[in-house]
Design a protein around this ligand. Structure first.
Ligand code: FEO
Length: 397
């Protein structure tokens, strides 16, 4: 079996998932995802986070090709979510003497998922575990992504096993380390991952980065995506940027349209945005594009224009998920616009404006509601002006 070394005695034993269509059964994975795991072979053997359970055969094969008949002494659980912890029961069955390492919040959910564990050890903030040459140290990063989330710092080689933090969507296509990969290729999938997985708790992500700042970190080994050994600054800068609401110049227009009239409005608005001088304009039909992609781009750009037709006195159904996610995630430092159609008695624009008010969106221009198709001059002008105002607000950022 091919061995992938982080160091002479620390190995990458993760797997690539290109078969799962939806991460957490709701986010598309057009480029797959990796579940990373790491094996430290010392006087004691430690496995840092297992993988999703359906990859158990491949995972065990990789472990055994390195260990042979040796046993695993410690299984470190940085995070309980089943994309990592899924293989816990199988590992414990294979290595019955393994001690499972977690923190005070780990074992409640873990045993609720997989049943009682006989041999477990609870570690506290900053506690260490000596393997021989290597010493592991544990730090709590609650809500990055779940309450029990922690990271493991390997003191000898100064490697941070960061679990979800600094991870990204996208299977690892041969390139395991950052200096082997075209980072531009991964950036969109990293941002989409960040926005949809960590974005809601961006404040905690920043605190986690700040807390780990004093550590001398030479390598970041997350549980998804590339291992960072050469471009740590690249990933750290992006995490800070995404967490603090630093935007790029651009506008996302997301619409829901039953018969194409609201879609036409989006095109008129986009023309106004373009004539304001904004070059990055993304238009999404919420009935066609899975919402995590839209959220990923909203996170990226300053401007966001939301529009929908009415549906039974309320809003076009597919728009409600995007509005729910915007309410949950609260992306920072945006300018918003609202538009839509009032046929079928109206209600779509009213619904979106209610969300805007609740979330205190910054709207530099009044919402535009159009009856029927946007063919009348006055409607075209109102829509164009909305786009122009949003474009100018983005340019003046
Ligand atoms: Fe990759 Fe929150 O699990």
């Amino acid at each position: 079996m091919l061995k992938i070394n982080l160091t002479d005695d620390i190995f990458y034993v993760g797997v690539n998932d290109r078969k799962t269509e939806l991460f957490e059964n709701h986010m598309e994975l057009p480029n797959g995802v990796s579940y990373n795991s790491y094996l430290i072979v010392d006087e004691k053997v430690a496995l840092i986070d297992p993988v999703e359970v359906s990859f158990m055969a491949e995972f065990l094969f990789k472990i055994k090709s390195i260990l042979g008949e040796r046993k695993i002494d410690y299984l470190v659980i940085n995070h309980d979510e089943p994309d990592h912890s899924g293989a816990v029961r199988a590992i414990v069955q294979e290595y019955p003497e393994v001690q499972v390492i977690g923190n005070a919040k780990t074992f409640g959910p873990l045993e609720a998922f997989y049943g009682p564990l006989n041999n477990k050890k609870i570690v506290a903030e900053g506690e260490t575990l000596c393997l021989g040459k290597h010493t592991l140290q544990f730090f709590m990063v609650p809500m990055c992504h779940w309450p029990e989330s922690m990271v493991t710092y390997e003191q000898t080689n100064k490697i941070l096993f960061s679990n979800d933090a600094f991870g990204g969507f996208g299977a690892l296509n041969g390139c395991i380390f950052d200096d082997e990969a075209n980072l531009d290729f991964y950036e969109d999938d990293m941002r989409r991952y960040y926005a949809n997985i960590v974005g809601k708790v961006a404040g905690q992500a920043v605190k986690a980065v700040q807390k780990l700042g004093p550590l001398d970190i030479k390598m970041i080994a997350p549980s998804h995506g590339l291992v960072w050994r050469s471009n740590l600054q690249w990933v750290l800068e992006r995490y800070v940027k995404w967490s603090t609401g630093e935007n790029e110049e651009g506008v996302v227009i997301a619409y829901g349209s039953m018969y194409g009239n609201t879609a036409l409005m989006a095109d008129i608005i986009a023309r106004g945005v373009a004539e304001a001088g904004v070059k990055n304009i993304k238009i999404y039909d919420v009935a066609k594009t899975e919402v995590s992609h839209i959220i990923g781009d909203i996170w990226k750009y300053k401007g966001c224009v939301i529009g929908a037709c009415a549906h039974y006195g309320s809003v076009f159904p597919n728009m409600t998920l995007l509005l729910h996610e915007l309410t949950e995630f609260k992306p920072k430092n945006k300018v918003y616009g609202v538009f839509g159609g009032m046929s079928w008695g109206g209600g779509g624009v009213k619904y979106i404006n209610g969300v805007a008010e609740k979330n205190q969106w910054e709207c530099p221009v009044e919402s535009v509601e159009v009856k029927g198709a946007p063919y009348r001059d006055e409607d075209v002008e109102r829509l164009y002006n909305l786009g122009k105002a949003i474009g100018e607000a983005v340019k003046n950022n």
